[in-house]
Design a binder for this molecule. Structure first.
Ligand SMILES: NC(=O)C1=CN([C@@H]2O[C@H](COP(=O)(O)OP(=O)(O)OC[C@H]3O[C@@H](n4cnc5c(N)ncnc54)[C@H](OP(=O)(O)O)[C@@H]3O)[C@@H](O)[C@H]2O)C=CC1
Ligand SMILES: CC(=O)N[C@@H](CCC(=O)OP(=O)(O)O)C(=O)O
Length: 337
């Protein structure tokens, strides 16, 4: 199999190390460069890579990456930083799969409103493709810039997609109650993620203001073909990894659980990473995998969707590899099962 030369940007972070581990098992990928602000060996940044990848991190230099023959760069950088790094790569013909939020929202003014930052790269925003393969799969082959979806949004978008596509729920006032493990906040230390602050504690944050709200609404709006509004509340859980979302919606007509489960099975047929279950999933069922598990229930006239995933794999690095497979024409599951 012809190997694609890849670079990983932001080498010291959590999504970067997960991505490196997935790419090391991928027969169609060759890790050619890992960039970092730290001039360290990758195994010094991540001891779990000891004996698995013998590579010195290098500073971010688009010309050097081009000279090494890099064909695609995975951006594992914070938002804001991403949109500074990505244009020079695209200018040099290097494709990008961006794990940050910088190219997810089509409208730069919506980005500005929710991220409180000006978007500086309208040119590339215009051709970026939202990398949720189960919904936008047809647009991914050959894409130059893929905006990998957010971790929380995937549980909400995929969890509601069959209902939105068939207009079986009211499209305003959908309630999405989500919980995340602490690795969702990245490796850079912060007070809120300091062990004594978050251990043995559950807290809600960014209530009514979380930046994943417009991302969820944009994708569900595409699926439904009409405007969608959600109330999204994230919570920090005292666990390393995993996301669990409980979603409440009002059906537009009487529906049974059996009908909805059959609808979900049909919608996700041929989509290998979404597992439709009849019992509520747990985050542990998905840990270390690219699976997103979903279960739909009817309770007292409301539709409840329960969805779980691993934030670092399905929520970030795994779906990035799924997108890589789509872009380069590899089977969708390669390197991921
Ligand atoms: N964690 C998660 O569950 C998910 C994360 N994402 C997104 O993926 C991206 C990477 O996330 P994650 O790996 O968790 O983040 P981390 O904080 O763990 O890593 C980000 C890395 O980016 C590099 N970096 C470069 N410039 C800066 C800068 N100015 N400030 C801080 N770091 C910088 C650093 O690497 P170095 O020091 O080596 O240069 C840093 O380790 C983010 O955009 C995040 O929002 C998306 C979905 C899920
Ligand atoms: C627990 C925690 O802090 N989670 C992060 C998840 C964000 C993330 O991963 O960002 P993107 O998916 O948008 O890139 C947060 O709420 O900001």
């Amino acid at each position: 199999m012809q190997k694609v030369k890849v670079a990983v940007l932001g080498g010291s972070g959590y999504t970067a190390v997960e991505l490196i581990k997935l790419l090391l098992r991928h027969p169609g990928a060759e890790i050619t460069a890992v960039t970092s602000r730290q001039a360290e060996h990758v195994a010094d940044l991540h001891p779990s890579l000891l004996g698995r990848l013998d590579l010195q991190c290098e500073p971010f230099d688009p010309d050097a990456l081009k000279a090494k023959g890099v064909q695609v760069a995975f951006g594992c950088l914070p938002h804001g930083t991403s949109m500074e790094s990505i244009p020079p790569l695209l200018d040099r013909g290097i494709r990008v799969i961006d794990l940050s939020a910088d190219y997810r929202l089509r409208d730069a003014t919506v980005y500005q409103e929710w991220y409180k930052e000006t978007h500086h790269d309208a040119k590339n925003l215009a051709h970026a493709v939202y990398g949720l393969p189960e919904v936008y799969g047809d647009t991914l082959a050959g894409a130059r810039l893929i905006a990998n979806p957010g971790c929380y949004p995937q549980t909400a978008i995929l969890g509601l997609a069959p209902l939105a596509a068939n207009r079986l729920i009211e499209l305003s006032g959908i309630v999405i109650d989500s919980k995340s493990g602490v690795s969702g906040a990245g490796r850079t230390p912060k007070l809120t993620t300091h062990f004594p602050e978050c251990n043995e504690s559950v807290s809600a944050y960014s209530v009514g203001t979380h930046r994943h709200t417009p991302e969820i609404e944009q994708a569900l709006g595409d699926i439904a073909g009409a405007a969608v509004s959600v109330i999204f509340t994230p919570h920090l859980m005292p666990m390393d990894r995993g996301i669990f979302s409980t979603i409440y919606a009002t059906p537009t007509k009487p529906v049974s659980e059996a009908e909805l489960t059959a609808l979900y099975r049909g919608y996700f047929a041929g989509k290998p990473f979404v597992r439709v279950r009849t019992a509520p999933p747990a985050t542990k069922d998905t840990t270390g995998t690219n699976f997103l598990d979903v279960c739909v229930k009817v309770v007292r006239g409301k539709v409840l969707v329960l969805a779980a995933e691993d934030n670092l794999i399905r929520g970030a690095s795994g779906v990035a590899v799924q997108n890589f497979n789509r872009v380069f024409g590899f089977p969708e599951t390669i390197g991921l099962l």
